[in-house]
Write a protein that binds this ligand. Structure first.
Ligand code: ZN
Length: 253
């Protein structure tokens, strides 16, 4: 009798254990697959946020920019820079003078571009009002020489070389980067490996391609696939994902 009750207890214990195992499998497996699904979703989300896709470039900006952010300083033909604006400039290894807030990100971007096998070369950075005046006057002179009136010459020249006080180069936050093997400032820059890499990756370092082809009507500047402007990582990401220019981002069209 005692043996039978022990045997019965063992059978009951085994049955209970089997029920527990089955119940465990039914509850745990879906949890695992849910977790796996969540992980995949998280990975997908991560991929799309670190690399803006074509679809995302048309997305609207979700948060209004902080107009007080000094990195968003707007300088264009409508918004000339203050005559006494004096950025805190530093010298870099690969470039002339830039605002010190842009220096490290620029260095990192150039280093990574080089590590990817390209040859970026900073051909222009901070400019004084006098330097800009000289460049602008030279351009105006070229148009005058080819027969333009003074008004037309100034208007045409300004689309290629900003008039003094209207150039972003006065901020110290803008740089012109060319391919070492192709230093002409024309649309051919677009076809170099250096520009392809920079255009694709600059936002990760806080830079934007400032004068895109499709924004000429807003910027009033010809397509410049060499002019990059530092606005900080957060703003650069939003501007790039939205496919807009700085004027649109700031609501100052
Ligand atoms: Zn430039």
């Amino acid at each position: 009798m005692k043996v039978l009750s022990v045997l019965g207890a063992v059978i009951i214990a085994a049955a209970i254990a089997l029920v527990i195992v089955l119940a465990y499998r039914q509850t745990v497996e879906p949890v695992e697959s849910t977790a796996a699904a969540a992980q995949i979703t998280a990975q997908t989300t991560q991929v799309t946020t670190t690399a803006p896709t074509a679809a995302q470039t048309t997305a609207a900006v979700t948060a209004p920019p902080d107009a007080d952010d000094a990195l968003l300083l707007l300088v264009n033909y409508q918004y000339p820079i203050a005559k006494d604006y004096a950025p805190d400039l530093v010298d870099g290894d690969y470039y002339a003078r830039v605002d010190k807030r842009a220096a490290k990100p620029l260095q990192q971007m150039l280093d990574d571009c080089r590590a990817a096998g390209y040859q970026p070369f900073v051909c222009s950075s901070y400019r004084t009002l006098e330097e800009q005046a000289r460049l602008y006057n030279n351009k105006v002179y070229q148009y005058l020489k080819s027969g333009s009136t003074q008004v037309d010459a100034e208007r045409e020249a300004a689309q290629w070389v900003a008039a003094p006080r209207t150039s972003e180069h006065h901020t110290g936050l803008a740089v012109d980067i060319v391919d070492l093997g192709y230093q002409l400032l024309d649309e051919g820059q677009m076809d170099t490996g250096t520009q392809q890499w920079l255009i694709k990756n600059c936002w990760k370092y806080g830079f934007i391609l400032r004068y895109p082809l499709e924004k000429k009507k807003i910027t009033h500047v010809h397509f410049e696939p060499w002019h990059y402007r530092y606005v900080g990582k957060e703003h650069a990401k939003k501007i790039t994902q939205a496919g807009i220019c700085l004027e649109e981002y700031l609501g100052k069209i």
